[in-house]
Design a protein around this ligand. Structure first.
Ligand SMILES: CC(C)(COP(=O)(O)OP(=O)(O)OC[C@H]1O[C@@H](n2cnc3c(N)ncnc32)[C@H](O)[C@@H]1OP(=O)(O)O)[C@@H](O)C(=O)NCCC(=O)NCCS
Length: 172
């Protein structure tokens, strides 16, 4: 498996992988219309190009035999969770792996990479939001040392209300 930074030339691959993995994770939890609009709004090529053009927005693919089977996105971020401002904090913004590669160490390799980046760059706090009913992801984050902060925030998919829980892991 290879972990490599996603480049502008990979925008279409990222857009397709992000759409597919989001769809597979949340299908059935919102209306089809909400899903379609969400996928378009967040993963259209212009949007993906603009995120990839930001040098401080980190996207990495996990590739198996040259094919991207999962990706991670992380960024130094404080905007949605005021409390984070007291530390140097790195948000794990996304971690999505194709179904066929769940439980195979791909997610673990990507999150290990994220922790390594955080350590090398002196981050004090790791944090993320996870859907309150995404129990597999919660278990995965817990086994990687994250804890529920006890705080939640709305993360609607279009007109379908959903709630994410903030998780954190103190690094220092
Ligand atoms: C979340 C994700 C990154 C985790 O990667 P993974 O390779 O599946 O994780 P692992 O298999 O190492 O760990 C998952 C753990 O949850 C457990 N688990 C599986 N289904 C579960 C469920 N329904 N409820 C509780 N725990 C569950 C597994 O047994 C495993 O624990 P174990 O290692 O102690 O046996 C991956 O499943 C994924 O990409 N999911 C879809 C996208 C997603 O939800 N991303 C997170 C958005 S915040």
């Amino acid at each position: 498996m290879l972990i490599r930074r996603v480049e502008l030339k990979d925008a279409e691959t990222l857009s397709a992988l992000a759409s597919k993995t989001f769809y597979d994770t949340f299908v059935g939890t919102c209306t089809e219309k909400d899903m379609e609009e969400f996928l378009y709004e967040y993963y259209n090529i212009e949007q993906v190009n603009s995120e990839l053009s930001d040098a401080n927005d980190y996207f990495y693919f996990a590739e198996v035999d040259g094919v991207a089977v999962g990706y991670i996105r992380f960024k130094e971020e404080y905007s949605n969770f005021e409390k984070m401002k007291q530390w140097k904090a790195l948000e794990l913004k996304r971690l999505y792996i194709l179904k066929e590669f769940h439980g195979k160490g791909v997610a673990q390799a990507l999150i290990d990479f994220y922790f390594q980046y955080a350590q090398e760059n002196d981050y004090e706090m790791a944090w993320l939001g996870v859907w309150e009913y995404n129990f597999r992801a919660q278990k995965f984050y817990q086994k990687n040392g994250f804890e529920d902060t006890g705080e939640k925030h709305p993360f609607p998919i279009g007109s379908t209300p959903q709630t994410d829980i903030w998780y954190w892991k103190k690094l220092k």
